[in-house]
Write a protein that binds this ligand. Structure first.
Ligand code: SF4
Ligand code: SF4
Length: 432
């Protein structure tokens, strides 16, 4: 390891309860991970906790450090664990370092005390929710098989009451994917949240729970429907919500149009700086690869930074770029997509090469659809203007188009740019 191999910053998702959770959501990939640690109590011991915080703060060479808590369900550790964590963070903080805690939860165990603590310590919360009642409850059930919607709404209201910053993480699955606007409007209008991330469920159908095999469960989202889901929400967002409602999927894609792909790891050219820490100090290459082949070592035995900067982890990160199929390398949207996450690359390209992303068709349709407004937003940002001006530009374009439709002859090419005669396209009274 040379000095240049050592990253200044990295991101660790710490799982203090391992994969242990109080719910039993149909698609949860963490539940199957319990077998990695048979007989474990799935509680991070004090020794691992302090070693983690100390090393995380010691090895960062940046003024900001994120301490990310994830599960399983981290609230199962109890509030005192996190109170102690803040003490440890203060004990090991380098002068001038700003620390931010993020905390991913299903919300069902939150109460006033938790929320006061989050507020006092500026925790940023990610609340898992899949949409309005029926859509949420379809997969997000407790261990008794009961839906959890009411409990999660209660959690959202508590967080709002205590003015805790939170965003919604919505798993897009085979049930809610056909209801994009219902899902989006529920979060925006009924729940009143401004930050949303949509996570496609792509769950391999195998017994191991690892990233193996090339078929998916029926809970998984299809590529085409996922693309359509993004398109329908994008169309509403880009006309009325830019600058008010933040959809991480759109911001992450826009970064690609700005030539900065990688603000979300799935769209970056390489990865490897977002690792996962199990409750016992075992470190893995990524939260999606907590499996024996991607085990890097234990932070009680090897310094965290040696594992983060190890040749093995660097190769993991570079492989994302080095294993791209030719189909991706020739794709018009390569600079935006970069083949998306390696965990989803188990399909074949049309010419039979392995390693195409399962979601490719959906992403391609979305990128193509969003191209013009994304270019407009990128242009606005480059000239120091707010991206929200795209909404006026869209309205103007649409007004122009209406005038062009009104003046088009039946045998003219359609003004929408489809290359089809007007009478067979937007001039066709039966629609097209
Ligand atoms: S494997 Fe996927 S989720 Fe993990 S760091 Fe790489 S791009 Fe991100
Ligand atoms: S859109 Fe498809 S072909 Fe293009 S880079 Fe992404 S996964 Fe590859």
């Amino acid at each position: 390891m040379t000095t240049s191999d050592i990253p200044k910053a990295f991101h660790i998702m710490a799982k203090p309860t391992g994969s242990a959770c109080n719910l039993h959501c149909g698609y949860c990939f963490f539940l199957s991970k319990e077998k990695l640690y048979p007989g474990s109590d799935f509680r991070m011991p004090a020794q691992v906790h302090e070693a983690y915080i100390r090393q995380l703060l010691e090895f960062h060479r940046t003024p900001r450090v994120t301490v990310a808590w994830q599960g399983g369900e981290p609230t199962l550790m109890g509030l005192d664990f996190f109170r102690h964590s803040v003490e440890l963070q203060n004990k090991h903080r380098k002068p001038g370092t700003h620390i931010e805690n993020t905390f991913q939860t299903n919300g069902t165990l939150l109460n006033d005390e938790w929320c006061q603590f989050f507020r006092e310590n500026n925790f940023l919360i990610g609340l898992s929710m899949d949409g309005p009642g029926e859509l949420h409850d379809f997969y997000r059930k407790d261990k008794g098989g009961q839906g959890t919607f009411e409990r999660v709404v209660r959690a959202a209201r508590l967080l709002q009451k205590h003015r805790v910053e939170f965003n919604i993480l919505c798993a897009v699955n085979s049930r809610n994917v056909d209801h994009p606007l219902e899902v989006y409007r529920f979060f925006r209008d009924e729940l009143g949240v401004n930050y949303i991330q949509f996570i496609p469920i792509v769950e391999r159908a195998n017994e191991t729970g690892y990233q193996e095999g090339d078929t998916v469960t029926d809970r998984s989202v299809g590529a085409g429907p996922f693309g359509q889901f993004l398109i329908e929400i994008f169309d509403e967002w880009v006309r009325r919500d830019v600058g008010k409602t933040f959809v991480l999927n759109f911001d992450g894609a826009l970064a690609g149009w700005l030539g900065m792909a990688g603000t979300v790891c799935i769209f970056g050219p390489t990865c490897g700086l977002g690792l996962a820490l199990e409750h016992n100090g075992d470190l893995y290459s990524c939260d999606h690869f907590v499996e024996p082949n991607n085990y890097l070592g234990n932070i009680l035995k090897t310094p965290l930074i040696e594992l983060v900067a190890s040749a093995r982890q660097q190769k993991f990160g570079r492989d994302k770029r080095d294993t791209l199929p030719r189909y991706c390398r020739n794709c018009d949207f390569l600079a935006i997509c970069n083949g998306e996450c390696p965990k989803n690359r188990f399909h074949k390209t049309p010419d039979g090469e392995r390693g195409l992303n399962y979601l490719c068709a959906g992403y391609k349709a979305f990128f193509k659809h969003a191209d013009k407004p994304m270019r407009t937003m990128a242009g606005l940002i480059r000239t120091n203007r707010p991206a929200s001006e795209v909404m006026a530009a869209m309205a103007n374009d649409e007004e122009c188009l209406k005038t062009k439709f009104a003046n088009a002859g039946r045998n003219d090419l359609c003004p929408c740019g489809s290359g089809v005669k007007f009478k067979k396209c937007h001039g066709n009274p039966t629609g097209h």
